[in-house]
Design a protein around this ligand. Sequence first.
Ligand code: AMP
Ligand code: MG
Length: 346
Amino acid sequence: MKESATTRSARGTWSNLRRTAVEAVVVASEATRVAHDTFSAGDEVAKADASPVTIADYAAQALICHRLLEAHPEVPCMGEEEASRLRGPAGEELLARVAEIVRTVEPTLSHAQILEAIDAAHCKGGASGRFWAIDPIDGTKGFLKRNGQWAVALGLVEDGAARLGVLGCPALPLEPGTDPSATGVVFVGVVGEGAYQRGLNNSAHNEEREIHVARGENLPLIVAESAENEHKQGNRTARIREAIQARMIPMDSQAKYALLARGEATVYLRVPVRRPEGETLWDHVAGVALVEAAGGRVTDLRGKALDFSRGTHIASNHGILGTAGPPHETILAAIEADYAAHPPHH
Ligand code: AMP
Ligand code: MG
């Protein structure tokens, strides 16, 4: 049957995009939890850049892309993974494990559909229109740790800006330090329309509750920063933290942005190690949209707006600072002072 123009445009409304995005992240998060709980040695392989990828990364990207393209074929997907490792005789065993995980939540997907869905996320971004940015498991290193955090991250970019973000955090408690059975949270934010959280896999907590960054003057500064020393300039990060007299929460993945969005942290700080290409979009779009939707502010370390229009990388910004709002300028000044006192080596 031919679709009418009205049906087509109604599909692309924010509430439809939001609903699809949340559904996709919820099923993919559940798959990552299953993979986490049944993980075995052969489930991890090293990528060309030596970073780890697991069957759960592939399964989650397949599930997300499959859902998104079914509901919104007009919106292209950019994703971190591609399926070449799973193709051909060499990939057979790994593909079978990926399919096993996928089918715990989506029993009818064939091997061919899984490969096709993973490789559908080949969009390279750009300055105009909409595209999804998918990190099927952000914080793979956290996923592989005993008590680590990871996030299934899905963001939507429109005309170069982060507009919608969904984060599935299967290992994060709903409220800090509470009932461990209430663990697993899905966050969703649409910029200008608020941010929300609900339980990921616990029917007692599946109602969305609005969240907001911490409000007020003289907020205690609590910095969420990467738990991986290789992902940040440790010395500079520590000096800046000291200069602003902040406490730190080290954590893997974009779950850090979620802590800022719900007021558990008041600062997100990423001081980049030297990588000429910059950060990748899928590591930040969802988290940035969530924080902005929750009333927070995100810029680079010089106070410039983040530019998601330059392809797969955030090529024209240096580092990232997210805050609850009021302390933003003060922290930017502390960062500037540190760069002046300790110029980067070239
Ligand atoms: P985080 O847990 O905040 O450190 O973020 C995890 C993400 O950092 C991973 O998904 C990687 O894509 C990304 N990453 C890997 N190497 C680096 C690096 N040298 N600098 C910054 N980010 C990196
Ligand atoms: Mg990542």
